[in-house]
Design a protein around this ligand. Sequence first.
Ligand code: DC
Length: 215
Amino acid sequence: MIRIAIDGPGGAGKSTIAKAVAKELGIDYIDTGAMYRAVGYKMKKEGISVDDEKRVGAMLEHTEIDFSGGDTLLDGTVVNEEIRTPEIAAAASACAALPAVRSKLVDLQRRMAQTKSVIMDGRDIGTNVLTDAEFKFYMTASAEERAKRRFDELIAKGDSVRYEDVLKDIEERDRNDMTRKLNPLRKAEDAIELDTTSMSISEVTDRIVSEIKRG
Ligand code: DC
């Protein structure tokens, strides 16, 4: 059984790469960002503020998050599209600072990785969720490059956004994720750092797969 942790800021290409590596190695991919997004989405839908920890706690007691065949399920409903908006990205980052949210999701993530080989991506996988993972990677890219990738993705989806706004969102989310008290984003001491600013998807995938095959 192998566990692979990939951490890094938003838009560094973690999920694209993790999916490709999972396919190549024939193991499961767990997108922990999608779990925080699902919680942020449900809070928005139910009109629950991040400041209202009591209501957030009550909501979490009857919240189920799961993955099935590449789909993200929130209380049994597929929410793949709904959670991929800039608004939900910000809501996910905000709710991810709450102890009740982190403890529920981290617990779930550890259980998902208990009985099978997985590649898991997020912000605190190597430093907190799977500290004993056999392989840890920390993937970065400049904020400008990450904003460009996100911008191209949103435009391809038909959204009308401005590059400057996408960059501002990315910088704001970096600040949130890196400065929160509980399990902030940082590189694990034993993680291999990959700056993907001028690397292609297949170059990064090949680099990770070759590290793993080398053992
Ligand atoms: O990877 P992503 O952009 O889908 O993640 C959305 C937000 O969720 C991110 O801004 C911070 C939070 N998150 C987290 O705190 N810990 C993780 N392991 C994964 C995501």
